[in-house]
Design a binder for this molecule. Structure first.
Ligand SMILES: *Cc1c(COP(=O)(O)O)cnc(C)c1O
Length: 378
């Protein structure tokens, strides 16, 4: 029996040919032909004012903390159920991650919990679109407007997903995408800063390009480039962008394959859901998912762990997801304690993600479904 991995990066088209072309064009540093092609494609497809490719989603989040000038004493409301980068980006500039509990249906920020957490130190709200299902952005933007807070989207998992007709990443003034190897469209390590407020665009270009106005220089807007602000290096190489463009130009094909995998899991596991063994992912009717992952929720933590062990014995790699940040050593150091966010703790202990990648064979996926059904003797 062949092992079935949880994830596997895939070449879907012209990635290698594009890398070769980047080399022939004579420029493999940043912001050349392929970087521009990727940005233009993302802007056009998702209605984002300006996209700047970065070296990761983490670095795009760092740019956001910088652009929003979030500093010491200021609180950023975010879910505890997220990746460490969401919190790290703001800790770096001295701001405080203010964790709140999640909505049990979507596993995204619960607007009621956000409203409860707002105080005189609150400066921003960071939505995370878990599993490519949009957070309730209208409610979060309304809260932001009422309390004069910055709003941002950690849309790492949200590329090519929609909320009430708007693409994730195009809704808040600033948002971050990830092109990490575990995401739908990838170049190994990579990301993007999505800018929907033009007033933030110029400074974003400068911070990303070592504090210089080189990006304006490339556009021909200034006749030499110079040091104008503090900055750092968040520019990916053309080799990375060339690879990424090979995936982005096949976006619809990749999405279609992921939809098939998602629907096959749904159909195969629905009987277990009907029998009360599992809960399957919920996508509210006003949202379109990008089929980033497929998870199941078992009745209790013991069952989740036993199911994971059972699958491992069948050579199938299924994995749990975030350990709530507030229960981590760093979270405890920030003053949080176990038991503080019951929905987060409960769901994260019961969640299991099944193998999901572009080249997952139909026969292997059926093996996964049968193994899960066998576990429940269905
Ligand atoms: C993957 C992920 C990140 C980090 O992305 P990188 O590109 O690896 O920096 C941040 N936030 C969330 C929610 C993620 O899923």
């Amino acid at each position: 029996m062949n092992p079935i991995p949880f994830n596997r990066p895939t070449i879907v088209g012209n990635e290698l040919a594009h890398i070769q072309e980047a080399i022939s064009r004579g420029n493999i540093s940043g912001d050349g032909h392929f970087t521009r092609e990727c940005c233009a494609l993302l802007e056009r497809r998702f209605g984002i004012h300006k996209v700047l490719l970065t070296t990761s989603c983490t670095s795009a989040l760092e740019l956001i903390a910088w652009l929003y000038e979030l500093g010491p004493g200021q609180e950023v409301i975010m879910p505890s159920y997220t990746f460490v980068s969401t919190a790290n980006a703001f800790l770096r500039t001295g701001a405080i991650p203010r964790f709140v509990d999640i909505d049990p249906e979507t596993l995204n920020l619960d607007p009621a919990a956000v409203a409860d957490a707002v105080n005189e130190n609150t400066a921003a709200i960071c939505a995370v679109h878990y599993a490519g299902v949009g957070a309730d952005m209208d409610a979060l933007l309304a809260l932001g407007a009422r309390h004069k807070l910055r709003v941002l989207e950690d849309a790492a998992q949200g590329v090519h997903a929609w909320y009430r007709g708007r693409a994730l990443g195009s809704i808040a003034p600033l948002a971050a995408y990830s092109f990490h190897a575990t995401k739908n469209y990838t170049c190994g390590e990579g990301g993007a800063l999505c800018i929907n407020d033009d007033e933030l665009a110029l400074r974003a270009e400068i911070l990303r390009e070592k504090g210089t106005n080189r990006t304006q220089f490339i556009r021909g807007e200034v006749d030499k480039y110079t040091w104008v602000d503090v900055g750092s290096s968040y520019v990916p190489s053309e080799l990375t962008s060339a690879f990424l463009f090979g995936q982005l130009e096949r976006m619809d094909e990749i999405d279609e394959r992921r939809r098939e995998i998602y629907d096959t899991y749904t159909t195969g596991l629905e009987p277990l859901a009907a029998a009360g063994h599992l809960r399957l992912p919920v996508v509210p009717t006003d949202r379109v998912v990008n089929h980033h992952m497929f998870y199941v929720l078992t009745r209790d933590a013991g069952t989740r762990n036993a199911l994971m062990d059972h699958l491992r014995e069948e050579q199938i790699q299924a994995t749990f997801h975030y350990l709530p940040l507030h229960t981590s050593p760093m979270g405890q150091q920030l003053g949080y304690r176990d038991g503080q966010f019951p929905v987060t703790e409960d769901l994260s202990a019961r969640l299991l993600r099944l193998p999901f990648f572009h080249e997952l064979l139909e026969s292997d996926q059926q093996r996964v479904i049968k193994a899960v059904r066998r576990f429940f003797r269905d």
